[in-house]
Design a protein. Structure first.
Length: 281
């Protein structure tokens, strides 16, 4: 085996490919040039007083003390009745945004999944798959920015953003589940004289229903967290409230909002787990 490292002048050349011990995926042989001068300067800098000083500022006693002081400034959390009522209202708003957004996404994703699974020919399959890829390739924060500009600040913009992105994700998952579903039940119903629509409803859908429920519940869990984040771009809910409190350095109030986010996420996770278990059973 040839040595992978070769030294030529000012460069450290790393041979890569078959027989060198550094193989590329396609078996392509090449040379990676690493300038020796770069490593010499890096070594000198890391052992300099300036580097030690900066590392000391980052990991030293003063930095740890400042970080501890910052974390302690979040406590005790704000527990006044008025603020707790405001936080509870934002929790319900975040829950509504994620739930309605997920339900709308499930409906739109199912509609697009039918042609995407190949039930209506290759042309509609290609078009619907392109739409699903377009919807899910744009992140929720980008959708939220667009919907806030189109619909204004508030939970409606957040609901639209979650619905559009999640529809692309769920639609693709639904289409894959329909493609891989066993066709024996639907074929047996069709041979018995049942229409193709009823054969699909009573033969194919029961086979994929547990998968559909699991996908929807998983996306609902994710959308609860994302709904809180979307508030930072003005989509309402706990995220918008947290952004407001942090902007004014109201750290005890921010602590209460963060705790509310954790409680809401834990409740949704538990509900989702129960729903998936019952669906699988």
């Amino acid at each position: 085996m040839r040595e992978p490292a070769e030294f030529h002048g000012d460069d450290i050349r790393l041979a890569c490919g078959p027989g060198t011990g550094i193989d590329t995926k396609g078996g392509v042989k090449g040379v990676l040039h690493l300038p020796r001068r770069f490593y010499e300067r890096l070594y000198i800098y890391m052992h300099s007083d300036r580097a030690r000083k900066r590392l000391g500022q980052l990991f030293g006693h003063d930095a740890a003390s400042q970080m501890l002081h910052f974390l302690l400034s979040f406590f005790p959390p704000e527990l006044s009745r008025g603020f707790l009522a405001k936080t509870a209202s934002s929790m319900l708003e975040t829950l509504a945004v994620s739930t309605i957004g997920t339900l709308c996404a499930a409906a739109l994703g199912f509609v697009l999944a039918l042609p995407a699974s190949g039930l209506y020919g290759a042309a509609l399959r290609a078009v619907s798959r392109f739409l699903l890829n377009l919807l899910r390739s744009i992140p929720e924060l980008v959708w939220a920015t667009v919907t806030v500009l189109a619909a204004g600040l508030g939970p409606f913009a957040g609901t639209l953003a979650l619905a559009l992105h999640t529809a692309g994700v769920l639609g693709r998952l639904f289409a894959e589940a329909l493609e891989n579903a066993p066709d024996a039940p639907a074929r047996a119903l069709a041979e018995a004289g049942t229409s193709s629509a009823l054969a699909f409803v009573y033969g194919t859908l029961p086979c994929v229903r547990p998968q559909f429920v699991a996908y929807i519940m998983y996306r609902w869990e994710s959308n609860i967290r994302m709904a809180a984040i979307l508030g930072f771009v003005g989509a309402g809910g706990l995220g918008q409230m947290l952004y407001y409190e942090l902007s004014l350095f109201h750290l005890p109030q921010a602590c209460t909002v963060i705790f509310a986010m954790l409680v809401l996420a834990a409740c949704v996770d538990a509900t989702s787990a129960i729903a998936r278990h019952r669906s699988a059973g």
